[in-house]
Design a protein around this ligand. Structure first.
Ligand code: ATP
Ligand code: MG
Length: 587
């Protein structure tokens, strides 16, 4: 397919009318007050995320499927009515244990129904929920639970025995452990724990949802740890307004959609868009309990008749790595919209979508701190491959520069590189970093939230990611964003993924070094290395192209799928690796 700089959209590109067709008009008409009116609210001005997500739909959509869990042995389907009853039982159970508003509940499990019930049930009780990746080792679990002042933990018997039992003594604040016991196994009583299934069965399925206020704390999320020690970001019930609006405008959710968000709830995407947003729109979500497998994933898209798919660049790169032959075994006639978040989406990946799935991939940008999608490519609008898209309704994004005194100023001229900033005030903005008030305060300048990402905005209002402020390479007076170099390398047919760092160099300051992993069917060799160096030089020019390329079987990445350039760099320079709690493959 010829690579053009714009992928034009025409009416024949969408099967259902997109929710957002006139960019400026919808933005002009939009207000957060009006968006809030789309939700039911609680008596007295309250707003409860789980009430909006679940109970609100019971009268009209009670029998519709909220979740379809694809388990190892069997699928499990939960309707909105069943979800309402189950989450009521969970909330009653918490109340019975004396756990109330503002208390903290952690979940450590795979993507099993109990996780979803626990998060939503907590929210109904006003209890703050924090799902963790089940693959975390005991130490990162203990650190997060201590920082988050966990009073309750929901986990499985197996995970409890492997990760919690021995360090339980180091968590004096932890009052209750609710265990999901292995199916079919004799429910052995493990000292100091409670049997979740038994307690749920004994609890009432009637519950008066706690009328939380929009500013009440709802969720705790830890950042991915890509640039350093993960930070705990505090989110409030009012965030549901952003989840609703972005589900509508960025993910284009329609009531009949079958939606699959591949993210784990241990990462903010898996909660905001794996639990809350799809439920707010009353759609059916697919949850795959297993880990990535190219064949399986294509089969899910096909067999489950997925219409809207939200995934991540790392998954797309892995599908690309597996080769197009795998994709060609399947067909996706139901799929109508594909979006991605988490890392820059290389133009090559956008095009791959068009070739393998029949649809381009729509990149969007946000962070744990923003709680929801802020900048996006959406169905009706042209895509410029490599760009994150444009700000959503209710979101004002800017490029800012700092002067010598550290004063922040908005840069109006297009195509100027600078830090990406957002005007504060959207409902899902984080309300603090746990135990780090100073860092929180430093993230703001006046009414601007400073994201720590570098970007530029073009004359059409599209935003282009350049790199993390921490990752940018300074070489012979040039500022080089790793993404640009990685994307150029990925255009080579042999390259599956690339990670680029700056390596200290006496003459140029920092020298560009790339690490690449190869697609199946290609082997590392000196001649391939020379070919890639030449390819990059031709594409990027000598000043920006990497001077060194190393081959790696895979690149180090976080559990949320982000390439950890800081680890590539530390390993290259023989420096300490720092916090590796979120490194994939570690437990
Ligand atoms: P930490 O803050 O702990 O270093 P993290 O920033 O990776 O980790 P997240 O909040 O999960 O933690 O990720 C948000 C970041 O991911 C963004 O700030 C940005 O750097 C990157 N990101 C997300 N989406 C995109 C995108 N579409 N294009 C480029 N970068 C993206
Ligand atoms: Mg971050």
């Amino acid at each position: 397919m010829p690579r053009t700089s714009v992928i034009r959209k025409t009416a024949s590109d969408f099967r259902v009318a997109p929710n957002w067709v006139d960019y400026a008009e919808t933005r002009n008409e939009f207000s957060w007050e009006n968006a809030r009116r789309e939700l039911a609210g609680m008596p007295g001005g309250g707003l409860n995320m789980a009430f909006e997500a679940v109970d609100r739909h019971v009268p009209d959509k009670g029998d519709c499927i909220a979740f379809r869990f694809l388990g190892a042995d069997a699928d499990r389907v939960i309707t909105y009515r069943e979800l309402a009853a189950l989450t009521n039982r969970f909330a009653s159970l918490l109340r019975g244990l004396g756990i109330g508003k503002g208390d903290r509940l952690f979940v450590l499990s795979g993507r099993i129904p109990e996780l979803y019930v626990a998060v939503l049930g907590s929210l109904k009780n006003g209890t703050v929920a924090c799902p963790l990746f089940s693959a975390f080792g005991p130490e990162p679990i203990a650190t997060r639970m201590t920082l988050g002042e966990a009073k309750v933990l929901v986990t499985t018997e197996q995970l409890y025995r492997r990760k919690i039992e021995k360090m339980r003594g180091s968590l004096p604040g932890l009052q209750h452990v609710l265990l999901v016991q292995e199916q079919g196994a004799q429910a052995a009583d493990i000292p100091g724990t409670l049997n979740l299934a038994r307690l749920l069965a004994e609890s009432s399925d009637a519950f008066d949802v706690v009328p939380t206020r929009p500013e009440d704390m709802a969720l705790l999320h830890f950042t991915s740890g890509t640039t350093g020690t993960p930070k705990g970001a505090v989110h409030v019930h009012g965030a549901a307004i952003t989840h609703w609006a972005t589900g509508r405008y960025a993910l284009d959710l329609h009531p009949d959609d079958i939606y699959w968000c591949t993210a784990d709830p241990g990462w903010v995407t898996g909660t905001s868009y794996g639990i809350i947003a799809p439920l707010l729109h009353g759609v059916t979500s697919i949850v795959d309990e297993a880990e990535f497998d190219a064949d399986r994933w294509y089969r899910i898209l096909q067999e489950q008749k997925v219409t809207v798919w939200y995934t991540a660049p790392t998954a797309i790169r892995m599908l690309m790595k597996a080769g197009e032959e795998v994709a060609r075994k399947y067909a996706f006639p139901n799929l109508r919209f594909v979006a991605s978040v988490g890392e820059p989406l290389n133009p090559e990946a956008v095009w791959w979508g068009k070739e393998a799935l029949g649809l381009p991939i729509h990149d969007n940008w946000w962070q744990t701190e923003t709680g929801g999608i802020m900048i996006a490519n959406t169905p009706a609008f042209d895509i410029k491959p490599g760009s994150m898209g444009r700000p959503l309704p209710g979101i004002d994004a800017f490029i800012v520069a700092r002067d010598e005194q550290g004063q922040v100023r908005i840069v109006e001229e297009p195509d100027t590189e600078g830090e990406l900033a957002l005007r504060r005030g959207w409902p899902s903005m984080f309300r603090g970093y746990l135990n780090n008030e100073e860092r929180y305060r430093k993230s703001f300048a006046g009414d601007l939230y400073l994201t720590g990402d570098l970007a530029k905005r073009d004359a059409d209002g599209y935003f282009w990611f350049i790199g993390r402020t921490d990752d940018v390479i300074k070489s012979s007076g040039h500022l080089i964003g790793p993404f640009e170099v990685e994307s150029a390398l990925m255009e080579h047919p042999a390259v599956a993924e690339a990670g680029v760092i700056g390596k200290p160099d006496e003459t140029v300051g920092e020298m560009v070094k790339a690490f690449v992993s190869l697609k199946s069917g290609y082997a590392a060799s000196e001649s391939l290395r020379m070919e890639l160096l030449g390819h990059a030089r031709k594409r990027l020019g000598a000043a920006v192209a990497p001077k060194e390329i190393d081959f790696l079987p895979t690149l180090p990445r976080t559990r949320s799928g982000k390439i950890m350039r800081r680890l590539l760099k530390a390993r290259e320079l023989g420096l300490p690796e720092g916090d590796t709690s979120t490194l994939e493959g570690q437990s």
